[in-house]
Design a protein around this ligand. Structure first.
Ligand code: E4P
Length: 215
């Protein structure tokens, strides 16, 4: 499973990229807003750090505007993907952009039917939001499994990005069902490394070794 980071914060992206496990980055307008810089500046900076897909979301809500904004953003770097929110205009814009070789990530996916339509329009990625479904008492993991089954049944090349991940258990669950990509917040990535028995084990190895050297 590929691991993306779900943030627009340059320092956090640099830190996780240094781990050597990062395959890409997703941003969204709320994440960009937190950074106090404009979208183009941020994705340009990210493209200099991470060698993998970087999702940049457009703000137009009509197909023509989405295509125009998408083409502009795609000029920044070949790794830039255009993130479009699921709606009829997005299907139209996805068709155009993907026919020009510009990869589209259809976001705000909350049903397998939406994912099917996005894939048929030529989306390179779909982003089902599992945490936001869990929030309203619906099974987000089940949605990822449904989409994976549908895409496998028909051989779609569209990759599934498990989005809106809230904790390490979400990551394990989507990995077990063979999801292509998980886009993971910084705090969750940090938690994935930790285990109290690992810390305890390291401390004991160091203490035992140091004691032996004093004898
Ligand atoms: C997806 O690409 C989105 O940026 C993101 O995962 C949304 O997650 P949230 O529900 O934590 O805002």
């Amino acid at each position: 499973m590929k691991i993306f980071i779900d943030t627009a914060n340059i320092e956090k992206i640099k830190e996780i990229n240094d781990w050597g496990i990062l395959d890409g980055v997703t941003t969204n307008p709320s994440l960009i807003a937190k950074e106090g810089k404009d979208l183009k500046t941020i994705v340009t900076e990210i493209s200099k750090i991470v060698d993998g897909p970087i999702s940049a979301e457009v703000m137009s809500m009509d197909a023509e505007g989405m295509v125009k904004e998408g083409r502009e953003l795609a000029k920044i770097h070949p790794n830039i993907n255009i993130k479009l929110p699921m709606c009829v205009e997005t299907l139209k814009a996805t068709k155009v952009l993907s026919s020009e070789g510009i990869k589209v990530n259809v976001t705000l996916i909350f049903s397998s039917q939406q994912a099917l339509l996005a894939a048929k329009a030529g989306a390179a990625f779909v982003s089902p939001f599992l945490g936001r479904l869990d929030d309203i008492g619906t099974d987000g993991i089940q949605l990822i499994a449904e989409i994976m089954t549908i895409f496998n049944n028909y051989g779609f090349n569209t990759q599934v990005i498990a989005a809106s991940i809230r904790g390490p258990m979400h990551v394990s669950a989507v990995a077990q069902i063979g999801c292509d990509i998980a886009t993971i917040p910084y705090d969750v990535l940090k938690k994935m490394i930790e285990h109290p028995k690992t810390s305890e084990g390291i401390a004991k190895f160091i203490a035992d070794y140091e004691k032996s050297q004093k004898n």
